[in-house]
Design a protein around this ligand. Structure first.
Ligand SMILES: [Zn+2]
Length: 427
């Protein structure tokens, strides 16, 4: 099976190349913002009465060519990178008109310092065991630490689709090279697992395993808090303020990379061991909602839940979900998302729902059958149970909220389909 996969590397540009990278990102951002401004002022919807779009990338890139003749500094920067930005804008508008995203916003300096090159313009070559270099148009060969081999197609060739060069939050540059590559097909593991975002640990598995992620490195988090404090005490605009802001950004970038790496490791491990992974459906947002509560029903366990929500955001559940999705796709497994309401109050052994069963954070002691388990493991088992037997969810006596009922209906349909696929694959 052929798929497209990104490979991210840290670039080590020379001083001159660093300058050129900044310049390219700057011009590309300017082109994007000018085009956005133009469409916002003159263009309306992408289709005017069925007519072809007036301010799409094609027409804008023609105009860009005219602009280039007048402004030599635009010519100094890769033309395709500029055209790619216009294509991005087209997509941003399409996403907006089709209701998937908000109105396109302006790209900001320091925040959106990135540009994309088409694959045919990118070349890579190996220098030695650790270092390779990549050719970026108008910038030249830039060295990078070759931490991971680019994946090849079946015939062994490297097929680069595109490359995105971006400034890291804490400074420096990185390149994400997307290649079309062949992935091996292996038998799908027959085991299934439920994953819960725990209170005591980041993740609990229905197998009883507890997963700790280095995303909660205490030393680094302490350093981050210290840097944050220093920044808040500093005087805005001063040189020291700028320095502590840079330090904070660097630490944040480091923490983000550590967490992303941990999510990669965990998702690869799960996808390798299990053919079905059940997680809670984030779209329902029942956790966030029940923490804050509504006016009619003020939230329960507010402090505990809001703390949990904070750590969920920190660990990057979305990132893990995305990685699990495509890694399971590679292994032929399935990812099933279930509504998570009351998973922490339901007994995985007998199905009894009672908030009092959860007297302590760590222990689940069922008030009906008396069974005692780790609270997070119990929740993970419930999540798995809901994926495998959607009907069991209804055993609880607590009435469903509308949003949960509709999510459950959707989940049941997809679960049935996926189970059929899984059964068919197992035969
Ligand atoms: Zn019980």
């Amino acid at each position: 099976m052929e798929v497209i996969r990104g490979h991210v590397y840290t670039l080590c540009p020379s001083q001159e190349q660093d300058h050129l990278l900044s310049q390219t990102a700057g011009v590309v951002r300017l082109v994007y913002n000018l085009a956005l401004e133009q469409r916002r002022t003159w263009g309306g919807k992408p289709y005017a009465g069925g007519a072809p779009r007036v301010f799409g990338a094609k027409r804008l890139s023609r105009e860009l060519a005219e602009l280039r003749a007048l402004e030599p500094w635009i010519t100094a920067v890769s033309q395709t990178a500029q055209n790619q930005a216009l294509i991005d804008l087209d997509r941003a508008y399409a996403n907006f008109f089709e209701g998937r995203a908000g109105y396109p916003r302006k790209r900001k300096k320091g925040q959106d310092d990135n540009f994309r090159q088409a694959g045919r313009e990118i070349a890579v070559r190996r220098l030695n065991r650790r270092w390779s270099e990549v050719r970026i148009p108008k910038i030249g060969w830039v060295r990078y630490r070759d931490t991971r081999k680019l994946r090849a197609k079946k015939d062994g060739s490297i097929d680069i689709r595109n490359a995105t060069i971006s400034r890291r939050p804490g400074g420096g540059w990185q390149i994400s090279i997307a290649v079309r590559c062949e992935i091996a097909e292996r038998p799908v593991p027959s085991e299934a697992v439920g994953v819960d975002r725990g209170v005591a640990v980041p993740y609990a598995l229905s197998t009883g395993e507890m997963i700790r992620l280095p995303g909660t490195v205490p030393g680094l988090e302490r350093a981050l808090r210290r840097a944050q404090k220093k920044l808040s005490r500093g005087k805005r605009g001063s040189r020291r303020y700028a320095a502590s802001r840079a330090r904070l950004a660097k630490l944040k970038g480091k923490l983000a990379r550590i967490r992303a790496h941990a999510a990669h490791v965990l998702s690869r491990d799960l996808a390798g061991r299990f053919g079905l992974v059940a997680i809670e459906d984030l779209n329902i947002r029942s956790m966030t909602r029940s923490a804050r509560g509504t006016r009619e029903a003020p939230g329960r366990n507010v402090s505990q839940k809001s703390g949990l929500n904070r750590s969920i955001l920190g660990i990057g559940w979305h990132a893990l979900e995305r990685m699990l999705g495509y890694k399971l796709e590679e292994t032929g497994g399935v990812l099933i998302k279930v509504p998570a309401a009351y998973t922490s109050q339901t007994c995985a052994a007998c199905g009894h729902v009672d908030a009092r069963s959860r007297e302590s954070q760590a222990l689940f002691a069922c008030t009906a059958c008396g069974s005692e388990t780790n609270a997070d493991t119990n929740a993970a088992r419930n999540i798995l149970d809901r994926a495998l037997n959607p009907e069991s969810y209804r055993r609880g006596s607590t009435p469903l909220l509308d949003v949960e009922a509709s999510a459950l209906a959707a989940c049941e349909a997809s679960t049935r389909l996926k189970r059929q696929q899984l059964d068919a694959a197992a035969v």
